[in-house]
Design a protein around this ligand. Sequence first.
Ligand SMILES: O=C(O)c1cc(=O)[nH]c(=O)n1[C@@H]1O[C@H](COP(=O)(O)O)[C@@H](O)[C@H]1O
Length: 269
Amino acid sequence: MSIKSLIDHIKQKQSYLCVGLDTDDQKIPLHLRSQKDAVLAFNKAVIDATLDHCVSYKINTAFYESMGIRGWEIMQETLEHIPDTHFVIADAKRGDIGNTSAQYAKTFFEAYGFDAVTVAPYMGEDSIRPFLEYTDKVTIVLGLTSNKGAEDFELQRLQSGEFVYERVLKTVSGWGTPQNLMFVAGATQAKELVNIRRIVPDHFLLVPGVGAQGGSLQEVAAYGSNKDIGLLVNASRAVIYASQAEDFSQAAAKAARSYHDEMRALMRS
Ligand SMILES: O=C(O)c1cc(=O)[nH]c(=O)n1[C@@H]1O[C@H](COP(=O)(O)O)[C@@H](O)[C@H]1O
C-alpha cells in the first residue's frame, strides 16, 4: 500500500491507530488455549473486532518466531486475514551487511508481502539500502525508541553536540523519501517530538509506547503531527489484552474505539 493510500485512509476514518499483534500464547484467554492454533484464532477475533477503528496492524515477529515453524505460518495466516485496506507492518527490527539485508527485505516484502518492515540503523547505509530499493514498500528505521535503553546510545551526544538519534534521522532521511521511509519515535519521548519533527517534517512517524508504556496520545498529537497527520500510533497490550476473559474481542474493540474517539477529537481540534 502506498503512503498516499494510508493518508487517505487516515483522513477518511479519522484514526491513525495501529494495533500491535504482539500475541503471547501465555497471555491469551484460557478458554482458547486448549484449541489448536489458539494464537491464530485469537488474532482473527482481535482483527475482526478492531478493523473499524484502526488503519494499520503491526505484527511483532518475535512473538511468532518463538513458536517455531508453525509460528511463521500463523504469521502468514494472520496477514492473510487482514484486508488490504490496512497497512501491515512486520516489526522485525532487522539490518545486517547488505548481502544479508537484501534477504531480510525479500523475506518480509516478497515472501510475506508486508507493506513495511522495521529496521535498526546501527550498521549504517549498506544495511538499510536493500530495504529502500523496494520503492513501493516502506522501511521504518528506529529513530528515538520508547525504552529506557534509548539513553545508552540514542540519547548520547556526539562531538558535534547533536544526539546520536538526531544524526540517524538527518543522515537516513537523505537515503529515502517520505514515500518509502518512516521513523520510529517513542510516545514516551514526547518532549523530543518537536525536535524530531524539525529534522523530518514530512516523514511518517511510527509511535509505539502509548498504553502499557505510559506515553500520552495528546502529547504525541500535539508535538508529532504534520500537515498529513504523519503519525501511526501503535498500541499492542492495551488493546489485545484489554480483557483476558471470554469477552476479549469485545474488550479489544472497546479499547480500540476509545483510541479512535480520542484521535478523531484531536484531529478536529
Ligand atoms: O519498533 C517498534 O515497534 C517499537 C519501538 C520502540 O521504540 N518501542 C516499542 O515498544 N516498539 C514496539 O511496539 C510495541 C509496543 O507494545 P505495547 O507496549 O504493548 O503497546 C512492541 O511490539 C514493541 O516491540
